[in-house]
Design a protein around this ligand. Sequence first.
Ligand code: UMP
Length: 242
Amino acid sequence: PNTRLRVLLDMDGVLADFEGGFLKKYRERYPNEPYISLEERRGFWVSTQYGELRADLCDKAISIWESKNFFMELEPLPGSVEAVKEMAKMKNTDVFICTSPIKHYAHCPYEKYAWVERHLGPDFLEKVILTRDKTIVSGDILVDDKPDILGPGQLAIIERNVNSALYQKILRQNVWSSVHKSNRDWIMQQDSDQKHESVEPNPSWEHVLFTACHNKHLPVSTTQRRLLSWADNWRDILEGKC
Ligand code: UMP
């Protein structure tokens, strides 16, 4: 029996400050356009909320993270680098960085590796897992700021439909306790001709929700544990799994 604990850590919004880096570069590039402060952020998809603000702002938002040096220049979130290094030194513990690159692949995958090397050191390059489907990666814990973690088929559909009326309505009503299920039902409905055979319906890991500006308003779930920040007691979260 494997007695080691395998921890999967998301990168954007958990180790690297995606939201802060986005807002800074968006405001520099589009100083005369409206923006959404971090306090006003709701929902995982930045592009969706900008598209709601004004339709053309969806593409403007996307242009920011598709630009060269966006991922490379993200600041580490407070305490993240120290926590990861300490976690990786813990006995019987294996730490992996599990992150989904954007499909515009010109810069993002390279810059994610470069970021890891710069902030965590070259040894951590061994620990990087780039995947659009985290459900097929096995582990004990996945620390991720995305409330509903789905496979690539479902991800692609959501991306294609970020401006669809139903998804926008779900976001506006902020009925997050039901997003997971209604999202799934809606996907099944819309997607009868597309199969998701590669998606693991029962991932091995427990998803620990890492608090971010876009998810902090979601109702407290009785089933999902949260890590409020890297100042929060991440050791206790790991303990519960040993
Ligand atoms: N991302 C988008 N659109 C958004 C917000 C984020 O494509 O509105 C991208 C940035 C990251 C990825 O590469 O999604 C999030 O990956 P994970 O944090 O789930 O690993």
